[in-house]
Design a protein around this ligand. Structure first.
Ligand SMILES: Cc1cc2nc3c(=O)[nH]c(=O)nc-3n(C[C@H](O)[C@H](O)[C@H](O)COP(=O)(O)OP(=O)(O)OC[C@H]3O[C@@H](n4cnc5c(N)ncnc54)[C@H](O)[C@@H]3O)c2cc1C
Length: 518
């Protein structure tokens, strides 16, 4: 199979890239693959919304830039922050023109407030912003003739010089991809390849990310020797619902703290007053560490979030999903405190890219959560990630259009790329083993590479992960590749990079906290 552009991932980043490029260049053939169906993604679960300056009487670009820099402890790249914040409003307008609907108050957008923001600037659709965006983008992308979709197809490896005899161009030429249904590996060659594979929260036992968020783009990029930065900056969301629902950890958006909900410890004390002057709306790293400390003090597995004093109408209108999911877990938030704990939420680092989303491997872009653009530095400001995805997708799409007009590899070159060659079948026993190895890896990362780390805990994590690595490598060398095995391989790579980059980081900044440095 051949396309002009192969886009791996159909969240906000991949879809908005494809829509933009397909509309501006109708002759360009775009192929999109997604690991599950088109909808399943981190984007689908985003509740809060998109941080963007829209009320210029009460807010300004300078304030949004300053809030972003402050949240990151001044480690964000100021040039990147500047252009992302300034290009944001146009990107949100474009998203609305493509069909996304956001809540309004009168003729203006209704704006929410979240931790670390000095003004109300979160454009949202109730507490289902991501679902609204994702559905609108899918409908828009489906309406464009030059985009083709392959759902339930998973990236195995990027095609690079390494796969083609006598080739040394330092380029990416597409990807090998495995289908879920028949587990066949096919090659999809492309002039340009875009990784928009999202997050890697599944490296941890408790995460707000769905099961498909396993850092596959990062794993494939690592094997292709692409630069990956800042994986030690893992943002933990302070308030995930303690009881899992159908095995998944459900996020309680901080918008509900914006509406007045208060964190309480087991004694019922509103403890955030002891940790930060911004109390419950302090940045996530501060709130997560405060909860971690309260959990340790009380020797309990969670703290509480108290929303009982918020007007029922507000809860019903603005937080219907939270109400429903808490109800499923047997909690009536109108009269009960909500048991919450921090969970791995967002990877601030990723594939290192320039201002157009280009990686160091020619022909390979990375956009959205799998990329490292410099916007977040050591800590992401709430609701800046959907914004980043939109801005960089648009920039990458513009850049791709120029590249495609300039640099075209010949059809005969692509014909030289070999098919994937594999080994025998995998037994059921091995499938169980893959599942167990994945669970061990998650336990190792949660126990030793969580909110609070130390030299000793990182060392322990490295040693224990090595055993998982050896077992995974054996499986990989002796068995036919399956989607589960490629995923495990990627989780191991991402966990390894997180540990190694943590060990090299010499100070406490943003979300990174090592108790040896206190
Ligand atoms: C519960 C939750 C709430 C959030 N709330 C907010 C918020 O309010 N505001 C905000 O700004 N951010 C929020 N975030 C973060 C934000 O949602 C994500 O950073 C953003 O949606 C990432 O978009 P993306 O397009 O990069 O990746 P995703 O939306 O995760 O999409 C990734 C895509 O890649 C595909 N994929 C993955 N691996 C493979 C593979 N091997 N082969 C093929 N395809 C693959 C997936 O199938 C999917 O289509 C939230 C995140 C979560 C989990």
């Amino acid at each position: 199979m051949h396309a002009d552009v192969l886009v791996v991932g159909t969240g906000i980043a991949g879809l908005s890239y494809a829509v933009r490029l397909a509309e501006s260049s109708p002759k360009v053939k775009i192929c999109m693959i997604s690991k599950r169906d088109l909808l399943e993604s981190n984007t689908k679960y985003a509740q809060g919304g998109i941080a963007v300056v829209s009320n210029f009487f009460l807010d300004s670009y300078e304030d949004h830039v300053q809030d972003t820099m402050k949240a990151s402890g001044n480690t964000s790249n100021k040039t990147v922050v500047d252009f992302v914040v300034r290009e944001g409003p146009a990107r949100v307008k474009e998203l609305m023109a493509w069909g996304a609907q956001f809540d309004t108050k009168g003729s203006k957008l209704h704006l929410g407030k979240e931790g670390g923001h000095s003004a109300k600037r979160i454009v949202h659709h109730k507490d289902q912003s991501g679902l609204q965006i994702q559905n609108a983008l899918i409908a828009k992308a489906r309406s464009l003739q030059n985009i083709t979709f392959f759902e339930n197809h998973s990236l195995v490896d990027l095609i690079t010089d390494h796969h083609i005899p006598n080739t040394k161009q330092g380029r990416c030429y597409g990807a090998y991809v495995i289908s879920k249904r028949d587990e066949e590996i096919v090659k999809i060659t492309a002039q340009l390849t875009v990784l928009s594979t999202g997050g890697a929260g599944q490296v941890y036992a408790h995460t707000t990310n769905p099961t498909a968020a396993t850092g596959d783009g990062l794993g494939a990029a690592y094997r292709a020797k692409v630069h990956i930065e800042n994986l030690h900056f893992v943002q933990f969301h302070p308030t995930a619902l303690f009881p899992k629902i159908d095995g998944n950890t459900f996020l309680i958006s901080e918008a509900i703290r914006g509406a007045g909900a208060v964190l309480r410890n087991f004694k019922g004390e509103a403890f955030m007053t002891q940790y930060d002057t911004r109390k419950d709306l302090a940045p996530r790293d501060i709130v997560s560490r405060a909860i971690h400390s309260e959990m340790k003090k009380s020797n309990q597995a969670h703290v509480y979030l108290d929303a009982t004093h918020i007007d029922i109408k507000i809860l019903e209108q603005e937080f219907p999903t939270i109400l429903t999911n808490c109800h499923k877990a047997g909690i009536d938030i109108i009269k009960d405190f909500i048991p919450v704990l921090p969970a791995a939420h967002y990877i601030c680092g990723g594939i290192d890219v320039d201002e157009h989303g280009q990686s160091n491997l020619q022909g390979l872009y990375a956009i959205g959560e799998c990329s490292h653009t410099g916007l977040h530095g050591a800590n992401r400001l709430a609701s800046n990630s959907l914004l980043e995805a939109l801005v960089f997708a648009s920039r990458a799409a513009k850049h791709s259009a120029v590249k495609l007009a300039d640099e075209i590899l010949s059809t005969s070159f692509f014909e030289r790329i070999p098919n994937w060659s594999g080994t025998e079948d995998i037994s059921n026993q091995k499938t169980v083993q893959i599942h167990e190895l994945r669970a061990s890896l998650q336990r190792i990362m949660s126990a030793h590479v969580g909110i609070v780390k130390s030299g000793e805990s990182l060392q322990k994590a490295e040693e224990e992960l090595h055993k998982v690595y050896v077992a995974t490598k054996e499986l990989y060398q002796q068995n036919k590749l399956t989607p589960q095995l490629t995923t495990l391989r990627n989780l191991v790579s991402v966990a390894y990079l997180m540990i190694k980059q943590s060990q090299k980081y010499p100070q406490n900044k943003g979300v990174y906290f090592n108790e040896d440095y206190v």
